[in-house]
Design a binder for this molecule. Structure first.
Ligand code: APR
Length: 239
């Protein structure tokens, strides 16, 4: 395993919420994950409603309360985020495709990052479509207020909700996969499409390693599978 990683020059990374749990940000479906917590905390019809457009339009408060936790939690990159940033400095990362909206890859210094479930950089009014930069509405989120547009509509950050289209760049990478000699899939249940489909597409093109605490439905697609904590895995490589 270590030799395979050490000999790889153009690594494609696909990461999920599991890479950030050691920074204090819970994952979604793992033990005590977010969906269990938010359902009770906000009395949601079901956990995923917090990323459902119809629910958001009826009650945006749970999403913005969760956003305050994610964005202003002041979480720090994990050992694994930092290791990937170092590999990129060595010119050995082709692309990091993350499902996460916590920006911890960027905070660790990674630049070749595709946030395939969007994020908070920009937002758009649900009524008139006016676009806002994060700095225009970050104070609202920080102080637990729902951000509003000048027209009175609610500004929704460009986090991809269920049923919404993923960013253009995702489909560009789908059509033009970066050249890579190893696929690293880190901390994801591979439950959510089409993001997971992209990772699985790459398993057919190159050797692949899945590191995830729990078994996934797609373990058999990978050359190597390790069910271990990601930071322990990174340490076991001598980092
Ligand atoms: N080390 C290794 N694996 C971990 C760790 C850790 N420290 N912590 C959690 N995990 C594993 C869990 O066992 C779980 O299988 O990470 C996986 C995270 O899976 P999910 O919670 O389903 O998160 P993810 O796969 O990123 O979800 C994808 O679903 O709800 C949507 O938009 C949301 O981007 C999210 C998408």
């Amino acid at each position: 395993m270590k030799e395979l990683i050490d000999s790889s020059k153009k690594i494609i990374v696909f990461s999920g919420a599991g890479i950030s749990t050691n920074s204090g940000i819970p994952d979604f479906r793992g033990e005590g994950g977010l969906y269990e917590r938010v359902q009770d905390k906000y009395d949601l019809p079901y956990g995923e409603a917090i990323f459902d457009l119809n629910y958001f339009d009826s009650n945006p408060h749970p999403f913005f309360d969760l956003s305050r936790e994610i964005v202003f939690h002041n979480a720090q990159p994990t050992l694994c985020h930092k290791w990937l940033a170092r590999l990129e400095e060595e010119g050995r990362i082709a692309k990091i495709i993350t499902q996460n909206i916590d920006r911890l890859h960027r905070k660790a210094g990674s630049q070749a990052v595709l946030e395939c479930h969007g994020g908070y950089d920009k937002g758009r009014c649900r009524s008139c479509g006016m676009e806002y930069d994060f700095e225009n509405y970050e104070k609202d989120i920080q102080h637990g207020r729902v951000p509003h547009c000048r027209c009175g509509g609610v500004v929704k950050p460009n986090v991809v909700f269920f049923g919404e289209s993923l960013p253009e760049e995702f489909f560009h990478v789908w059509e033009n996969p970066p050249r890579g000699d190893l696929l690293l899939v880190l901390g994801t249940s591979l439950n959510v499409r089409p993001a997971a489909d992209l990772a699985l597409k790459f398993t057919g093109l190159m050797p692949s390693i899945l590191v995830n605490l729990e078994v996934t439905d797609h373990d058999n697609r990978f050359t190597h599978v390790i069910h271990e904590d990601l930071d322990s895995f990174v340490k076991s490589l001598g980092n």
